[in-house]
Design a protein around this ligand. Structure first.
Ligand code: SAM
Ligand code: SF4
Length: 507
């Protein structure tokens, strides 16, 4: 593709009217002064006030910005301990002991933007550029399925070659792959994407091919920092085009949305407030907040000075605090912790309320297929800085992480039923807020965990997993909610069918 054609494409991406329509009196929902003021006036909070706010979270009610600002200002270690415990209690109330797994799939590192922290930025000449063909997407998907995954998040740089039509083709291709497993078969039942902001017309194309969740991270909500990291002459330089990406998705019919901030670019307390304001504005304009929130910490990227030298890099202790405050601020929203983080920190934040994570992750383009073929250069380190966007803190296999969680009493769920039973958008939000979704998911988690144990688990994981399933079955049989009508009977039949090799049965 010629440089001229690429430049012409870039010029037509942003539709100003698809920003302006969401503004109020010409203003967006991030007011830097208001956020700074909230963080400043709620310093040194009173213990009782903090406990009242925690009690509100435990009632599964979203916090107001002043309440979140109050939590962010807590200093006393004993109050933080109470907040960590409350984070886990909230998680258990809404999501029980389940952890949902997904696998990222990087389809292309071609990019027209120049984000200072990212290995894919166009000025990074060390990056080996590549975009997967549909055959390659199929091969990568097969490799991911072979690990036991059922859910993917597909990631793309922003480029005319990876435009909405390409993305739509990749989604269709992934849904079309089915691979024989030990007992049953494997497939990807939910394709989520992380891609650049698009127009409503382009988003409708993704909706038509069955996109799951649409994820866009604002990176930083702090406008001067945003401007410094994203050159103004690039698409990504337009803060508001990005800020309203998910509002446009709602209009296109995609009601499962994921927000996030890249922690390390600016003050972490400010970013937590930004995420909360984002959730509130989606709720205000569409009646539904985000389905998940991500809080990736910036990790070293090839040739990126800021990724290693930013003065805002977040240490482990603050990271745990920010996850806890998010858990308490939006109690019914999923929280995603990724393999960017080291195993011990992953364990720590799962304990304060994360609900989703990834494993067996490869973020090099074509990385899964290469690892499967055990290419010599991958055998050495498993990570290739010049083909991937950043570095991973945890390269363990899905089986190892599933086993570790089972040892912690947490059941891995590969459930994708909610979406396929119409439990999405405002319906799933209502169910989550009333803690009903967790009940359906408990059943589906057992069914999909059964599939995993029989199709993919190692003997060690299977042994530990069987104990966990027995405990879950015993609990399910005692819970009054399941004993209503024929729910328990239906579930028992589905469980028996799954044991016999039937796949993808869900309630
Ligand atoms: N190009 C699209 C965009 O920017 O929205 C989507 C793909 S981009 C590869 C996905 C996300 O990776 C970005 O939104 C950013 O938050 C994250 N990211 C970029 N550089 C990173 C780094 N050095 N460490 C951790 N995450 C990074
Ligand atoms: Fe491109 Fe996204 Fe990386 Fe920015 S973060 S350089 S837009 S891939």
């Amino acid at each position: 593709m010629s440089e001229l054609a690429v430049n012409d494409w870039v010029k037509q991406v942003i539709k100003t009217d698809e920003i302006d329509k969401y503004l109020i009196d010409g203003k967006d929902f991030i007011d830097e002064e208001v956020i700074k003021n909230e963080l400043s006036v709620h310093r040194n909070p009173d213990k009782q006030q903090v406990r009242d706010i925690i009690a509100k979270s435990l009632r599964i009610e979203r916090l107001e910005p002043w309440e979140t600002a109050t939590l962010l200002n807590v200093e006393e270690p004993d109050i933080w301990e109470e907040m960590y415990a409350a984070g886990l209690a909230v998680k258990r109330k809404v999501y029980d002991n389940r952890i949902v797994f997904f696998a990222p799939l990087y389809c292309s590192n071609l990019c027209v933007n120049n984000c200072a922290y990212c290995g894919f930025r166009y000025e990074n000449k060390d990056e080996k550029r590549r975009i997967l063909s549909m055959d390659e997407v199929r091969q990568e998907t097969e490799a991911v399925i072979s690990e036991g995954h059922k859910r993917m998040i597909v990631v793309y740089g922003e480029h005319p070659r990876s435009d909405a039509d390409y993305i739509a083709r990749t989604i269709e291709t992934i849904y079309g792959v089915r691979k024989k497993a030990r007992r049953g078969f494997g497939d990807i039942r939910r394709v989520n994407i992380n891609a650049a902001p698009m127009s409503i017309a382009d988003l409708k194309k993704l909706w038509n091919v069955g996109i799951g969740t649409y994820q866009v991270f604002q990176e930083t909500y702090h406008k001067p920092t945003y401007a410094g990291l994203h050159p103004a002459n690039t698409i990504k330089g337009n803060y508001r085009w990005r800020l309203y990406a998910l509002h446009r998705a709602m209009e296109a019919g995609i009601d499962d949305l994921a927000i996030g901030a890249l922690f390390g670019l600016y003050n972490w307390r400010f970013e937590v407030m930004g995420l909360l304001y984002h959730a509130i504005d989606l709720e205000r304009q569409f009646g539904i907040g985000p389905h998940t929130i991500s809080f990736p910490r910036m990790t070293p990227a090839s040739g990126s000075f800021v990724s290693t030298h930013s003065k805002y890099l977040v240490n482990d202790e603050d990271f745990k605090k920010l996850v806890t405050v998010l858990r308490l601020s939006v109690p019914y929203t999923g929280l995603i912790i990724t393999a960017r983080e080291r195993p011990e920190l992953r364990r720590a934040v799962i304990r304060v309320g994360c609900t989703q994570t990834d494993a067996s992750t490869k973020i090099g383009i074509g990385g899964y297929t290469a690892a499967l073929k055990k290419l010599s250069y991958l055998e050495q380190s498993d990570q290739e800085i010049d083909k991937q966007q950043f570095t991973l803190g945890d390269t363990r296999h899905l089986d190892d992480v599933v086993r570790e969680l089972a040892e912690m009493g947490m059941i891995t769920s590969f459930c994708t039923a909610g979406y396929r039973c119409g439990r999405t958008g405002d319906k799933i939000m209502g169910l989550l807020k009333s803690c009903t979704e967790g009940k359906f998911c408990k059943l589906n988690a057992v069914l999909t965990f059964r599939e995993y144990l029989d199709d993919y688990a190692s003997p060690e994981t299977k042994a530990i997993g069987e104990n966990l399933i027995d405990q879950e079955l015993a609990q399910i049989r005692e819970i009054p909610f399941f004993r209503q009508g024929t729910l328990l009977e239906t579930f028992e039949k589905m469980y028996q069918d799954t044991l016999k090799g039937k796949r993808d049965v869900y309630i």
